[in-house]
Design a protein around this ligand. Structure first.
Ligand code: IPM
Ligand code: MN
Length: 360
């Protein structure tokens, strides 16, 4: 009997529905070819819904989402809504409540994709950032006091528990063992680089570095490195080929993965997964709602399609995930650009093309 996966689809706002539509097209083609079934249920969540009903993500919806094998998300955001409401009310609530403590962000330059780094190509830009996704500054502890005076204080706390650090690093070591350069047959070592700021955040990195060494001792097949986050930004531009698997805390990971995204062609290409290895994971293009391009059939669906590939891989359908990635790699050389409206293809044309390549 063929396997059936239950997928909650959250198309969201702006161009979210368009890119997710193409993603679903490609996922269906993969399901047919590789002999599994996808049972999808669509959820209306995001800014449009919030403006209509005043609701972000209710506990009832959250409980329903717990029953799925995975979540496939487009984009959430609305220019008429104050920053923070949808982020905290929907996206971060999903990540925190479903305890998706890993944010997996592959940095892969596909063939033919224009790269802003001089002399760097697909061989040099091929690594992965594992961003801790549950703690740090995102914990949301802090406050304001003496507001409206010159003594006003704003506090936003960076915090991590031992367990949060340990589970993230364990995932990262496992990932490096399985998908590092040596494991993929393209390098001498599987390398895991911890990115931090141990010269200033001395308490935080006393913990992270100690746990890194402690857990790392169980992985003699994974070479350990440490870099400060500011230097990492420099290396990501000057010599991205030095990275294999990178692991870092939440806010640093947020920032360096936007830098990483532009080196792989931008937000039209970059995909990510919010992962709970024991629970329900959620896959999304890293980019936003691109309101300017909504409804124009001009937005790049590659990131959403790539997120779909990651979802299938996480569900255990690795061959299907690889087939989608191969179809993307066969399509990017024909594109004029990865920028919306400059691709030389419409959104639906790209989806059709990749789906037919996946269908074989
Ligand atoms: C991301 C986004 C989110 C984050 C925002 C929208 C809350 O920037 O997924 O990287 O900061 O994590
Ligand atoms: Mn971000």
């Amino acid at each position: 009997m063929s396997k059936t996966y239950k997928i909650a689809v959250i198309p969201g706002d702006g161009t979210g529905p368009e890119v997710i539509g193409e993603g679903c097209k490609v996922l269906d083609a993969a399901a047919k070819r590789f002999g599994f079934k996808l049972e999808t249920v669509s959820y209306d969540l995001g800014g449009t819904r919030y403006l209509r009903t005043g609701e972000t993500l209710t506990d009832a919806t959250l409980d329903e989402l717990r029953g799925f094998d995975a979540i496939y998300l487009g984009a959430i955001g609305h220019t008429d809504i104050k920053p923070g409401i949808l982020e905290k009310g929907v996206l971060l609530k999903l990540r925190f409540e479903l305890d998706q403590y890993i944010n997996l962000r592959p940095v892969k330059l596909y063939p033919g994709v224009e790269c802003p780094l001089k002399g760097k190509g697909p061989k040099e830009i091929d690594y992965c950032v594992i961003r801790e996704n549950s703690g740090g500054l995102y914990t949301g502890i802090g406050g304001l006091s003496r507001q409206g005076t010159r003594d006003e204080v704003a506090v936003q706390q960076m915090m991590y528990t031992y367990d949060q650090v340990a589970r993230c690093l364990r995932y990262a070591f496992d990932y490096a063992r399985k998908y590092g350069r040596k494991a993929r047959g393209i390098g001498e070592h599987n390398t895991l680089a911890l990115v931090g700021k141990s010269n200033v955040l001395t308490y935080m990195y006393e913990l992270w570095n100690r746990v890194f060494a402690e857990i790392g001792a169980e992985y003699p097949d994974v070479k350990r490195e440490y870099y400060h986050v500011d230097a990492t930004c420099l290396y990501m531009v000057a010599c991205p080929e030095m990275f294999d698997v990178v692991v870092t805390e939440n806010m640093f990971g947020d920032i360096i993965t936007d830098l990483a995204a532009i080196t792989q062609g931008g937000l039209g290409v970059a995909a990510g997964g919010n992962i709970n290895p024991q629970g329900v994971s959620m896959f999304e293009p890293i980019g936003g709602t691109a309101p300017m391009w909504t409804g124009k059939n001009a937005i790049n669906p590659i990131a959403a399609i790539g997120a779909g590939a990651m979802m299938l891989t996480a569900l255990g359908e690795e061959a299907a995930g690889l087939a989608i990635e191969a179809a993307i790699a066969q399509t990017t050389p024909a594109m004029k650009s990865q920028m919306a409206n400059q691709m030389g293809f419409t959104t639906t044309q790209l989806g059709d093309r990749i789906a037919s390549l996946v269908a074989g």
